[in-house]
Ligand binder design. Structure first.
Ligand SMILES: Cc1cc2nc3c(=O)[nH]c(=O)nc-3n(C[C@H](O)[C@H](O)[C@H](O)COP(=O)(O)O)c2cc1C
Ligand code: SF4
Length: 619
């Protein structure tokens, strides 16, 4: 029995907040402390079983007794709230991080992941025995440190899934071939763990790896039945693999929500132990849906608790305030982990810095925030939370350029952010003034002015470039159909625009001065967008410099060779943005001025929100 105080579980999410020695850090503690109060159980990030098996250089480990003290502290923090601590134990096999010196790679096969990674050693019987011992030692340490539950990873394309998967497992010995052979080693691990600890054991699986020849539901149903017989207490049903189908693993905004719920439901129909549902359960409506329609006994929530540490608290009406939405973008969370900065969040600037609290101001002041884009809205809310009075000036629409983001086909979830900010501005009683801020008022009426006037497109000088669109081509009234469109600029905005043009039967040519189309994009979105563009016959022209335009003909140079794009109906310019900050000089000598977001330095949405928050936190 899991015996949790409620049905909500914080899902395992790599944070990368450790210190390079695998120890639990204050940053880890603060992050989980902030998220433990309202859920029934917390699963900290997977603990590595051996120094050479890390997925991140800054992952927490359970490979040695010297880790127990820190792991115990983490448990104590979680236990403060009568919340259970789940130790998630995983061996990555061939998916250990190839960039970490000293890492080694084992698998059911000697083939690397087709999307990168080192060539693994095909495990022999000794390797199998050694891995079983690693699990045994790891879970004993978890038990010693006070964890209440063990979760074993048999999914997501990691080592044990590399044995289960008919696609990856190409062995002809007793561990390969038939289902019975492929499950042998994973079951040995499970059995050993169940026999070793006096704790309930959960198994996490991918109900479907979402790739032809990969793990499919019928076998996972059979496996779940066997796991139940072996004494496993719950099955946690996810999907995808870290090697082949990361959009499914991470439940990216580009895929539809609900597939994992379907898989979980079908497994539940065949077993008596509880099934844990997971996958983009990130609104109160989703919770109600999986409870009522799917009869979920346990609900694991990952990113919604990253984006809003009080997501479950608010759902349970124990915390007041608007829900800060997770956009399923993985830009901040996965992006932060991959960049080495550690887990962050596009919408929540406090993620990863939970120790730095937001202090009430000693003296309440009156601030003007000029510009109601993401940076301005975040600054205004943060100042109000600190006890200041705030007027937020916006002459057009709140949200600024971010209002265009949800207009691309797979980014509808981005459309939750501006309404959230509107709600939260209202909640914290920010005075929003829908007019241009007057200079003399800014000087005379405020103790400080925050300039968040954003950026404008930097239009390159090209003779003949007279009629063109910028990103506003995404507006429904502008979006063309059956046209030949040349996009000048192949970064995030250019690629996003292309993905919106293609479904309307437009022929897309995209040109870039350098080589990396979508180079500034989050990896999963980039890969899926470029794949779609290639499949639909978009023309990519890198190293291309547009020289001049005459009528519908565009003259260009590619690697020193003259080329022509003819019969162009529409030109879109998405080359770069430049800061727009007309007020700073005029105000500077008269009133304290703080320039934030794109007006200071052009960046992405996360940069804008972080800058707005940070400036308002410290002034
Ligand atoms: C940055 C990040 C790291 C993750 N790391 C792991 C991991 O190491 N192991 C794992 O089983 N799942 C991992 N997950 C998947 C989550 O546990 C969860 O299944 C997924 O995020 C879908 O749930 P959600 O939509 O509630 O976030 C990770 C997810 C994210 C976004
Ligand atoms: S970065 Fe995006 S996906 Fe990740 S938690 Fe934040 S909003 Fe959700």
């Amino acid at each position: 029995m899991l015996s949790l105080k409620n049905q909500f579980i914080f899902a395992p999410i790599k944070t990368g907040y450790s210190n390079g020695n695998g120890m639990v850090t204050d940053r880890n503690i603060a992050f989980y402390d902030r998220r433990s109060a309202y859920v029934g159980a917390v699963t900290p990030e997977p603990f590595y079983l051996d120094q050479g098996l890390r997925e991140l250089p800054t992952q927490m480990g359970i490979d040695n007794d010297d880790k127990i003290e820190g792991l115990e502290q983490l448990v104590k923090v979680i236990h403060q709230y009568d919340t259970k601590a789940i130790a998630h134990i995983n061996h990555p096999g061939r998916m250990a991080n190839p960039k970490i010196p000293g890492n080694y790679f084992l698998s059911s096969t000697d083939q690397p992941c087709e999307n990168g990674g080192k060539t693994p050693k095909r495990m022999d019987k000794d390797d199998i025995n050694n891995v079983v011992e690693l699990y045994k030692d790891g879970v004993l340490r978890a038990q010693k440190a006070g964890y209440d539950i063990i979760e074993l990873q048999l999914g997501h394309g990691y080592l044990l899934a590399q044995f289960l998967s008919p696609l990856v497992n190409d062995r002809s010995d007793e561990f390969g071939g038939t289902f019975e052979n492929r499950i042998k080693f994973p079951l040995e691990v499970v059995q050993t763990v169940v026999d070793t600890v006096n704790l309930p054991v959960i198994v996490r699986i991918s109900g479907d790896e979402m790739i032809p020849e990969g793990i499919k539901l019928p076998e996972m149903i059979k496996l779940s039945e066997i796991l139940e017989e072996k004494g496993v207490q719950a099955i946690h049903v996810s999907a995808g693999t870290v090697c082949s189908t990361p959009p499914w693993f991470f439940q990216h905004m580009f895929i539809k929500k609900g597939k994992t719920w379907e898989l979980a439901k079908k497994i539940k129909q065949k077993i008596n132990i509880p099934v844990i549902y997971v996958g983009r359960i990130n609104t109160p409506e989703d919770i109600e849906k999986v409870q009522k329609e799917y009869k979920a006994e346990y609900i694991a929530v990952g990113r919604a608790l990253v984006a809003d540490a009080d997501f479950i608290g608010k759902y349970l009406s124990e915390v007041k305030g608007p829900f800060r939405p997770c956009l399923a973008c993985v830009e901040g969370c996965l992006g932060g982990v991959k960049s080495g900065k550690g887990l962050q969040c596009l919408v929540n600037p406090e993620v990863g810095r939970e120790k730095e609290s937001l202090a009430k101001a000693d003296h309440s002041k009156k601030y003007a925030v000029v510009g109601g884009g993401l940076a301005g809205m975040q600054a205004a809310v943060t100042l109000r939370k600190r006890g200041h009075k705030v007027d937020l000036f916006e002459k057009d629409a709140l949200g600024g350029q971010f209002n265009l983001a949800p207009l691309t086909p797979h980014k509808k979830s981005m459309g939750k952010l501006v309404p959230y900010f509107k709600e939260v501005l209202n909640y914290y009683k920010v005075n929003v003034v829908f007019e241009e801020a007057g200079k003399s008022d800014l000087i005379s009426k405020y103790d400080g002015v925050i300039l968040a006037t954003g950026s404008k497109p930097a239009v390159p000088y090209i003779p003949g470039l007279n009629n063109f669109y910028w990103a506003e081509i995404l507006l429904p009234e502008n979006l063309p159909q059956n046209k030949k469109v040349l996009i000048i600029g192949g970064g995030l905005i250019g690629v996003d625009i292309a993905t919106a043009l293609i479904p309307r039967n437009n022929k897309v040519i995209i040109v870039k001065r350098t080589v990396d189309f979508g180079g500034d994009m989050e990896m999963i979105a980039k890969n899926l967008s470029l794949k779609m563009m290639k499949e639909k016959g978009s023309v990519f022209s890198d190293h291309t410099h547009i020289k001049n335009i005459e009528g519908r003909t565009v003259y260009a140079e590619r690697d020193g060779v003259n080329i022509i794009f003819d019969d162009i109906d529409i030109i879109v310019v998405s080359t770069s943005m430049t800061s727009y900050n007309p007020l700073e000089k005029e105000l500077n000598e008269h009133v304290p001025v703080y320039t934030i977001g794109d007006a200071k330095q052009v960046g992405n949405a996360q940069d804008a929100i972080r800058d707005g928050y940070e400036t308002a936190r410290i002034i």
